[in-house]
Write a protein that binds this ligand. Sequence first.
Ligand SMILES: NC(=O)c1ccc[n+]([C@@H]2O[C@H](COP(=O)([O-])OP(=O)(O)OC[C@H]3O[C@@H](n4cnc5c(N)ncnc54)[C@H](OP(=O)(O)O)[C@@H]3O)[C@@H](O)[C@H]2O)c1
Length: 304
Amino acid sequence: MRVLLAGATGRVGRALVPRLRARGHHVTALVRDPSRAAGLDLDGVVVADALDGAAVRAAVPPARPDVVVHQLTALRAGTPDDLAHTARLRTEGTAHLIAAARAAGAARIVAQSIAFATAPHGGRVLTEDAALYLDAPDPGWARTVDAVADLERQVLGAPDLPGTVLRYGTLYGPGTLYDRAGRLGGAVARGRLPLPETAAGVTSFLHVEDAARAAVAAVEAAADGVFNVTDDDPAEAAVWLPEYARLLGAPAPRTLPAELAERLLGWFTAYQLTALRGAANDRARQALDWKPAVPSWRAALAGG
Ligand SMILES: NC(=O)c1ccc[n+]([C@@H]2O[C@H](COP(=O)([O-])OP(=O)(O)OC[C@H]3O[C@@H](n4cnc5c(N)ncnc54)[C@H](OP(=O)(O)O)[C@@H]3O)[C@@H](O)[C@H]2O)c1
């Protein structure tokens, strides 16, 4: 198939390009800076800033894609500006890609979403049917979830363009936040991420290579809908954080009184460690014929 990949130079994108090519797909990358694509083994490159609708609509049709794959985020530096940019990529960027995909006569769009945007109600592990946390008490997270919901609505509701939404779990692996050299890995390695007393938040992790494998499966399976793409081992922070520290050769995390968690860690990290729910991957296993090659974070979270 002819695939137009937006986000080919990101962490997931770089893992995805060789996997698509190895399956015989023709891959054109949509990039804003062609120098970032140097070294990627691509069939073609088109240039547009994803937030520039006219540029995206001009760039995509010449690539004649059968499938448009959206792996755009802007989370590398982790600043508030990055979150705002990412929200715009999810709202405006998605709209531009859908318009361009329809103009190009594409048969499907596959888009990256997140598996940890559900509201923290019900059991420890939720399905795709759980409600999103649109009323999160933190305005920044509420905006993020709102943008995620908008992306999903657009991808699933585009006229004449079937859509697949991949809700990735918390990504780890080389080049991610959880890499030994990443922001979170560095904090844990230096003993800077304490464990709140009630560390019952459940994280569903996902190795970046499994994210890429799921995107290939979605391109080939042509299944409509929303799919959690997560590993098989959702884990409470009280389990994964001490184990992660051990894997990093760091001291065991110190315990933080619950009432200090939000003030010292920030809302999102405190929420992740105390209240987040995991995400079940049964639907992706069935409909996409995908399963994680790294079924548990336990051995691999610190690298590899
Ligand atoms: N589910 C999760 O946990 C999750 C999901 C996503 C990301 N992350 C975290 O975010 C970090 C970075 O991941 P990543 O490398 O995949 O994401 P990234 O660095 O944000 O890259 C995403 C892609 O989007 C492109 N992009 C961004 N803004 C664009 C624009 N305006 N127009 C066109 N292209 C644009 C980037 O291009 P450039 O190369 O030009 O910047 C890149 O190809 C990792 O540490 C990862 O852990 C986590």
